[in-house]
Ligand binder design. Structure first.
Ligand code: DCP
Ligand code: MG
Length: 441
């Protein structure tokens, strides 16, 4: 009789179980996890189920069993919807009018961000009691590294995680899904496999076979453009990348190819780094004369992005949220933020994002100050900058790093972007530049 390690997600019984038995021998529940590597794996990703919608359903029992959409507000799109509403085809980011058409009887609720942030913090606090290595990715998800915690908890990571999922449900009234594996890439994929209220495991032994039939777009950072390039070259599944010689992938796609080859095999060396202090870094400048048009504001923005990027690079940091700050002549403050899919330290990306945010604020208002800041700061892994995954970004990154190299050798003014070039005698210029670093919010 062959046996396997098992864990019951209801009564939390743990032990060995015969392969032929599919219910918990203690409580009879079918929610049994079984896997040969169940007691060895320690990297987890946890993601709340239909987060905003779950919170609203928790707070209004009349909504139980009914379709609920969270959205509207200023953006006019769906933020999320519950799993019942998803059966009608509604998805995040869909225009509200389309969602209403798909499910006319859905209850629509405007997002209450303060409430969701509060619950997110409570979940985080529960995670922090289990390991110092908690890395939040967004408001409703985080990586946890539970390696080496078995002695403290007197329980293997899988049991600690099942307890956590149960406690979050009992204490906070919302459900989460857990992915357990041997690295971040696979743990994140796993948490999505069994949603909602899921728990999925991807072991070392099945990594290659698990990934082989999956589409290449499952690899983080592979966006529409790269997917299309690879499809044209005959690569559709991850298995096709596995079968292809690494050297040829590198010859065709450079650094991106090397990275694709590694991830296709499920190799990911990124560590889980806790950003316990939600750090923010920013640069801002006050003008000698107020500015109201795009071009001069954009020129100042570029200068600030270069300084900010320089500081991030020096400290080996990347960040995933960019915030533009503007202060009007009447001292009214505007801040506009955008989340990036791939964390960055590049001036080019900061500038592109900042410009998009700036363009919407050009409405005749005269500004006396512009600032650009980042938060969601992570340690950049040496030799593994995530900007190398998407070729369009990789090209900009390569150009920027070449420029940094020249500046490193010959000084900051050795290369000056055309937009920032000013003859030395020109009298006007910006006022003082402030650089700050601290806790976000
Ligand atoms: N969100 C948003 N706009 C989007 C995507 C998400 O405002 N385009 C918000 C609402 C979500 C929350 O972020 O509740 C978390 O995002 P997820 O992608 O994790 O989505 P959900 O938690 O809602 O659903 P799932 O069960 O698929 O994780
Ligand atoms: Mg979620």
């Amino acid at each position: 009789m062959t046996t396997q390690a098992f864990l019951c997600r209801d009564c939390l019984a743990i032990g060995k179980i015969a392969n032929s038995i599919d219910r918990c021998p203690t409580c009879g529940s079918p929610r049994v996890l079984r896997h040969p590597e169940l007691l060895k794996l320690s990297v987890a990703h946890i993601d709340c189920d239909a987060f905003y919608a779950s919170v609203e359903k928790r707070d209004n029992p009349e909504l139980a069993g009914k379709p609920v959409i969270i959205g509207g507000g200023t953006r006019g799109v769906v933020a999320t919807c519950c799993y019942i509403a998803r059966q009608s085809g509604i998805r995040s980011a869909m225009p509200m009018f389309q969602a209403r058409k798909l499910c006319p009887n859905a209850t629509i609720i405007k997002p209450n961000m303060a409430k969701y942030v509060g619950i997110s913090r409570q979940i985080r606090a529960m995670m922090d009691t289990l390991t110092p290595l908690v890395e939040p990715l967004s408001i409703d998800e985080a990586f946890l590294d539970l390696s080496g915690t078995e002695a403290v908890h007197r329980a293997p990571p899988v049991l600690v995680l099942a307890r956590l999922a149960r406690d979050i449900q009992n204490v906070l009234g919302i459900t989460v899904s857990v992915g357990l594996s041997h690295n971040k890439f696979l743990a994140k994929i796993a948490s999505d496999l069994d949603k909602p209220r899921g728990f999925a495991v991807i072991g070392q032994a099945e990594t290659l076979d698990f990934l082989a039939p999956k589409p290449i777009s499952l690899i983080y950072g592979v966006g529409k453009v790269l997917t299309e390039t690879l499809r044209r070259d005959g690569f559709v599944t991850i298995g096709q990348l596995q079968q292809h010689p690494d050297e040829d992938l590198m010859r065709r796609y450079g650094e991106t190819g090397a990275r694709l080859a590694r991830l296709a095999r499920g190799q990911d060396v990124r560590r889980i780094s806790s950003t316990r202090e939600e750090k923010s870094v920013s640069s801002e400048t006050t003008f000698n004369h107020d500015l109201s048009t795009f071009e001069p504001l954009s020129t100042e923005l570029l200068r600030l992005c270069e300084r900010l990027s320089e500081r991030l690079k020096a400290k080996k940091l990347t960040a995933d949220t960019v915030t533009l700050k503007l202060k009007s002549t009447g001292f009214r403050l505007r801040t506009r933020a955008r989340h990036l899919m791939i964390p960055t330290q590049l001036a080019n990306i900061l500038y592109e994002t900042g410009q998009q945010l700036l363009a919407r604020e050009i409405d005749g208002t005269a500004y006396r100050l512009i600032g650009i800041g980042v938060s969601g700061v992570h340690n950049a892994l040496q030799g593994d900058p995530s900007d190398l995954l998407e070729p369009a970004i990789a090209r900009k990154a390569a150009a920027e790093r070449a420029m940094d190299h020249v500046r490193g050798r010959f000084g900051r003014d050795a290369v000056v972007r055309g937009k920032l070039y000013r003859p030395k005698t020109e009298p006007t210029g910006p006022g003082p530049t402030d650089e700050t670093e601290g806790k976000a919010r």
